[in-house]
Design a protein around this ligand. Sequence first.
Ligand code: RIB
Length: 306
Amino acid sequence: MGARVVVVGSLNLDLVIGLERMPDSGETVFGDALEQHAGGKGLNQAVAAARIGVPVSMIGALGSDASGAWLRDVVDAEGIDGSAVAQVDGISGTALIEVDASGANRIVVIAGANAHVTAEHVRTSIAALDDIAIVLTQGEVPTDAIVSAMQAGRAAGARTILNPAPVRDYPEALYSLVDIVIPNEHEAAQLTGLPTETADQATVAARHLVRLGAGCAIVTRGGEGAVWATADASGSCAAFPIVPVDTVAAGDAFCGGLSAALAEGHDLTDALRWGSAAGALAATAAGAVPSLPRRESVERLVTSAE
Ligand code: RIB
């Protein structure tokens, strides 16, 4: 097995409003600040893995606008191979994000260029790479590109990982192409129709996703940690205690950190610790890409708990 993490996914300009509390429908509230950050679930996961220190290639699309040029510079600055990040006419992906005083968030995404990632571009780009350990994708590119990523990952002998965020109308056949599916508790409830408030309920939902065809399902539960299930086992991983500042990209940091650890040869139990530590640290800082931790901090947190 190779060492490279390939991320097929979105790149977004994040427009972030900090505010005391979220407005109700029809209500107007004042925000505290407006910031712009690099984001997009795909880019966040690629940067999270790259900051752990594994080689990362990104497959996606940027627009022909100024934010497209800026996001490409971010890809390059992080040492990510962006040769398969296409440029298409029109706007880049853009996310409007509200973060309240507790660190909770609400996100609306305009797909922009992310909607133009094609199944063929994904297939040929993965086929042109070698030494692939992991192909990781999420829900912010078209569904046929997601299926193509998982098929091409399998064809390349890589482990395939799906973070089904946001939840879409995924074809049920997709799960049998997925080695590890990683929803949060809300996404797991939407995907399975099952309650996921408690660890036991989330484990039942994880088992349901395995019955649909995934090799392993990990349900992340924010400050409550994560639970996982395979066909013949299940378990949990405790959260690292932190005071959240901004939870945007914490789930992406989990997926990128876990993928990097698996690519380095760690087993699932260890990789869960690396993912949890990366996710916890990301929640202690503002922004998406700016909040993603580097290897030293993640390793320090993982080893401090051993
Ligand atoms: O998961 C966080 C990300 O979701 C943000 O960076 C935003 O771009 C949206 O894609």
